[in-house]
Every structure is written in C-alpha cells, then in structure tokens.
Design a protein around this ligand. Structure first.
Ligand code: ZN
Length: 110
C-alpha cells in the first residue's frame, strides 16, 4: 500500500477512535465535544491536524487534537496558538475578521 491518501484515511480513523473513546474536550476552545453530533453540525467532532497537512503536517496523535468542526474551520491552516486566540475572541463576541458564524455552516455542503 503506497497510496498516502489511503494511509492517512486509516491513520485518521485510528486517531478519531482514540479521542472518541476518551471523550476528549476540544483542544482549541477547551469546551466539551458532544460526540453524538453528526457532521455537518458545527459542534460535531473532527480531528484537527495541529500542523495542517497542506503545511507538511502528518496524520498522527502527536500532530492532532480533538476539535469542534467550527473551531477546526476557524483554524484552517493557521497555527494552534492563533486559532485558540481567534476562537476565544469570536466566542466572546469579538468582531470576527471573516464573516463566519455557526449558522453559516448549515448551508455548506461538506
Ligand atoms: Zn471547540
């Protein structure tokens, strides 16, 4: 098996199962994750790659954390430190730098 996409899919499922079994809190906003929510719900669970794959990150526990879909989307390819500050700002009612609210996700086709 030399297809990296396949390998990543396998790894990703392993990492997902790990966080799911631990019922870990979101490592970006620090709030609990409801693991029963399904995508595309903005507060459903996703595995975030700490260093984005696009930036050379790898799919493994050391480079990932449990996150809300919304928090993951805010982070994008930014650093974890940036995302934590940005999510905190947005959740506290700060003016978002990009127009994005949880309700915006309902129209998005994931
Ligand atoms: Zn979160």
């Amino acid at each position: 098996m030399s297809n990296p996409r396949y390998r990543n899919g396998y790894r990703r499922r392993e990492v997902q199962a790990y966080y799911r079994s631990r019922k870990s809190d979101c490592y970006i906003c620090g709030r609990p994750i409801d693991y029963t929510l399904r995508p595309p719900h903005p507060w459903s669970f996703v595995v975030d790659e700490t260093v984005a794959i696009a930036n050379g990150g790898r799919v493994c526990k050391a480079n990932s954390g449990p996150a809300h879909r919304w928090c993951n989307a805010v982070k994008g390819t930014h650093t974890l430190a940036w995302a934590r500050a940005e999510v905190k700002r947005r959740l506290s009612g700060g003016k978002p730098s990009v127009a994005m609210k949880p309700s915006d996700f309902e129209a998005v086709d994931w």
